[in-house]
Design a protein around this ligand. Structure first.
Ligand code: ADP
Length: 150
């Protein structure tokens, strides 16, 4: 099934200038970029995005990470993409690897570039986990006229 998925390039990947490498891996899966922008993240948007983690003890650390506090990103910059293609959601998640970069397969994005520091999983990128999540997340990060047909 042709799907769309939200990809966020997180502050550790922005600081390391590896956004291109990450996007390259997704393009090589045959997926097409149908939305792309630089976003100035707000606390409100970060908390809406991670609403499923609101009750977790580590949520404030995750928000600090996304706001760029651990990576010298002073303008709260995040790169947001929508990728489209056959089985896009599971293909992108496989390429990304496990949430914990120390448990991710070494050849995945998180296994290659992620690390644990400041008690946080600095894992480079986010990608939607399901069709429902993708719909909610794309609507949260993009207005309809910012996402094109492939
Ligand atoms: P994923 O990003 O793989 O979809 P989650 O939605 O569960 O995983 O978590 C969102 C983000 O919160 C992770 O990418 C990671 O940065 C952080 N996180 C998740 N679990 C933990 C944890 N146990 N301790 C610290 N940070 C975590």
């Amino acid at each position: 099934m042709v799907e769309r998925t939200l990809v966020l390039i997180k502050p550790d990947a922005i600081e390391k200038r590896i956004a291109g490498n990450i996007i390259d891996r997704f393009e090589r899966l045959g997926l097409t970029i149908v939305g792309a922008k630089v976003v100035q993240l707000t606390d409100e948007l970060a908390r809406k995005h991670y609403q499923h983690l609101a009750d977790k003890p580590f949520i404030n650390g995750v928000i600090r990470y996304m706001m760029g506090e651990y990576n010298h990103i002073h303008n709260h910059k995040i790169y947001a993409f929508v990728f489209q293609g056959e089985n896009a959601i599971s293909l992108v998640r496989q390429a990304l690897g496990a949430t914990n970069p120390e448990k991710a397969d070494p050849w995945t994005i998180r296994g290659t570039f992620g690390r644990i520091a400041f008690d946080e999983m600095l894992n480079c990128a986010h990608a939607s986990g399901s069709i429902e999540d993708a719909k909610r997340e794309i609507e949260l990060w993009f207005s309809p006229n910012e996402v094109l047909d492939a």
